[in-house]
Each structure stands twice: as C-alpha cells, then as structure tokens.
Design a protein around this ligand. Structure first.
Ligand code: C2O
Ligand code: CU
Ligand code: CU
Length: 415
C-alpha cells in the first residue's frame, strides 16, 4: 500500500533560492508509483494543503469513486483510502489534482506524479527497463517565475491555457542526462497546462516509439519527430550506440534544446538491433467499426466561452450514460467557427479508448495505440471506440487545464 500526501514545500529550483511549491510526498512534483497488473492496490490519500484538492489517476481504469474527479474533494487535513485491482497492461500513467476551478493552478504549482503499470508479458521484451539506468521518465512542464523566483501563476494565468517561459523536466530548470552509449527508453509525459511539444534530436537521428497513453503499440514505429499534447504520454527507444558525438540534444519545435544528453564511453555489449518484435495485439473488430455513432461531442470556443455540446460543466447534470463494458462509438469534433479556434486535447476518465478514424482516415503513430487523450485541431473530427470497465461517474474534458477550469467538461454515468 502507498500513501500519497499533497503538501506544500520549498524546492531549490534555482541555486540557493527557495521557491514555494506543491508536491506529492516531496516538495515539488511527486514519486513514480509502480504497480503490477493483477495487484490489489491500496492508496491512502492525505490532503496537507491549505485548500481543497482531489487525487485523480489519469488513464487508470478505476471506479468513479476512486477516480478522483471533482466530486471526490478532500478538504484541508482530510484523508481517504482507495482500493482497486490493476487490470490494465503495462503503461505509463500519471496522477494530478482535479478540484473545480483549481486544477490549472495546482498542477502549475507542482502537483503531478507518475504511475507505472508493469506486467509479466512486457517483462520478456528486449527493451530497456531499468529505472534510472536505461529507462527514464521525462515530465515536460513550462512555468513562469517572478523576479524573486517564485512560481507565478496569478500573473501568467491565461484563460486559453497558461504557458511559461521556462521549461522544466522533472522539476529541474537546466536538466541534463548523462548516460552510457547504449539503448535508452524515455517515458515522456506532457504535464504542461496547455503547451504541445514536437520533439526531435538535433542530429536528426531516428528513434522508435513503442507506447502511447495506454501502453504498448502493436509494433515499434520508427520516426524522427514526435508530437505530444497536454496530458499525453509517449515512450520512445533511443539507440545511442552508434552516435558519434558526445552530446546530442532533445529539441522542440522552436529549436530550443530541452534536454542535452551527454554520452559516456561506449559500453561493450552494443544491442544495436532495432526492436522488431510485436509488442501488443490491439485491434478493433469489424463489428465495432460498423457500429453507429451513439455519442457526439462538439468542442467549441476559446477563453471563457469554451463549451462541450454548447454547455458548461454542471456537477449536477449527467450528460451521458453508458453500460459498463459496453463499447460505444463516440464522434468527437473540434468545431471550426468563424474565429480561428485552437487545438483541444480531449480526455476521458476511466477508460483507454481506441481511435477508429480521424478525419475519415486510419489512425497512425500514437493514435494507433490505446489513448485517453486525443488532441484535435480546429475542424478535426475523430471516431473513437470507448469502453468503461468499471462503474461510476466520470469526467470528459479538454485537458488544457484552464479550459477544464472554465467548464469545458461534462460527465458520463456508467452503470
Ligand atoms: Cu488528467 Cu480529468 O484529467
Ligand atoms: Cu484523467
Ligand atoms: Cu480546450
């Protein structure tokens, strides 16, 4: 069993300076919690903050009572215990707060942690899996600091998603990774309030994507760049054995280096071969593909006017119902109106869904794997197959945290 405590702290993000932060069990951010498929897990939740919070398990298929949505508020000083059995395959999930109107601020201040699910099947894969040796988490977040280096949510808060001028990885301002010249695995979480990243290496090298939000892809996908929207996760394998340089940089779209990777001496057992083995056997049955759309989601607006199906979140309104374990086809559209519009990363609690099509085409890349969040550009439309393995009330919302806080959220009751 685990204890997860939301608390205030101070972190030395800048040398010799104390920055006031929030964290889980730590001053800033949180632990990586590792659970195994089949395991019965008990987590004690403690709110040591001076404000309400909730503990949401993003991507985890648990009952609505344990999901930590805005109904599961813990007041300052309160605690609670949740218990669930892990039924999902190996995957990189995460947890963060979800109190109404406060999610953006609490995540910005540091409340975010990782939840890894391990399983027996993936144990045998020939991929890096030793935490901190060849398997590294990278939590990407942008933040802004005041002149005296305090987190500046109040002044930088933006109704269309808060962005920062400083990029942190795992809570560190000038991150650097030093590794042997071998194959490494990066589990990347975009934990930013609104920013998306398109990542590549400055030497142009290709790498392999092996997992999306909900676990392994069927086959590794070789690519030179990868896009990651808020709340999404990708896992990539980077083969450093043949790299000639001593430093390669992970960079994002505007050419900023976000992570220099320093390479030590070559090690003797170069595992050069690309991973070719099948990692998963996801498929969507033709019967599901033929199903009619039974739920339509229209994402619209910007700023305070954001809506889903023309409505704002109302905690007392159930927008949809669905039977436990029933597969339904949802059509999710980012409505293009007269204004330019913006991307909306659409997320559903309590499920890992599969994308049937996007703009009528077969999904590729991350979208071919299990997803809990799908980012849609203005005018884009996706059909997704959604199944809830547990019961309860679940949120669906835009994962630009200020859009969520502005009510771009609805709820579904599964029974
Ligand atoms: Cu990651 Cu409802 O959230
Ligand atoms: Cu979630
Ligand atoms: Cu949005």
């Amino acid at each position: 069993s685990y204890t997860v405590r939301a608390q205030q702290g101070t972190a030395e993000i800048f040398d010799g300076i104390k920055t006031k932060t929030y964290g889980y069990n730590e001053d800033f951010l949180g632990p990586v919690i590792r659970v195994e498929k089949g395991m019965n897990v008990t987590i004690h939740l403690v709110n040591d903050l001076k404000e309400d919070t909730t503990f949401h398990w993003h991507g985890l298929e648990v009952s609505g009572n344990e999901d930590g949505g805005p109904h599961n508020v813990l007041k300052p000083g309160e605690s609670d215990t949740i218990n669930f059995t892990v039924k999902q395959d190996a995957s990189t999930l995460w947890f963060h707060p979800h109190p109404m109107h406060k999610t953006g601020e609490q995540v910005f201040k540091g409340l975010a942690g990782l939840l890894y699910i391990d399983d027996k099947n993936s144990e045998r894969f020939d991929i890096p899996k030793t935490y901190g040796d060849d398997d590294y988490p990278l939590i990407l977040q942008d933040k802004t600091f005041t002149a005296d280096k305090q987190l500046d949510y109040d002044k930088t808060m933006n109704e269309d998603g808060t962005t920062g001028d400083t990029l942190l990885i795992n809570g560190v301002v000038d991150p650097k990774l030093t590794v042997d010249r071998k194959k490494i695995r990066l589990r990347i979480l975009n934990g930013s309030n609104m920013r998306s990243y398109t990542l590549h290496f400055d030497n142009g090298m290709a790498f392999q994507q092996i997992a999306s939000d909900g676990g392994f892809l069927n086959k590794p996908i070789t690519t030179e760049e990868i896009e990651i929207a808020p709340a999404e996760r990708v896992e990539i394998i980077v083969d450093l054995t043949a790299v000639k340089r001593d430093v390669i940089n992970l960079v994002h779209q505007d050419a900023t280096t976000i992570l220099p990777i320093h390479l030590k001496e070559s090690i003797d057992n170069p595992q050069k071969a690309k991973i070719t083995e099948p990692l998963n056997n996801l498929e969507i049955s033709s019967q599901v593909k033929r199903k009619k759309v039974t739920k339509t989601i229209k994402l619209a607006g910007m700023g305070k006017s954001v809506t889903i199906n023309n409505e704002k979140y109302d905690p007392n309104r159930i927008d949809f119902t669905q039977k436990q374990n029933e597969v339904q086809v949802w059509e999710v559209e980012n409505v293009k109106d007269a204004m330019e519009g913006m991307n909306h990363p659409f997320h559903i609690h309590g499920t890992q869904f599969q994308v049937i099509s996007i703009d009528g085409k077969e999904p590729v890349g991350s979208l071919s794997g299990l997803k809990d969040t799908i980012s849609l550009k203005p005018g884009q439309k996706a059909k997704i197959a959604v199944k809830f393995p547990e019961k309860g009330i679940y949120m669906f919302h835009c994962h630009i945290l200020e859009h969520e806080d502005n009510g771009m959220m609805g709820q579904i009751k599964v029974d």
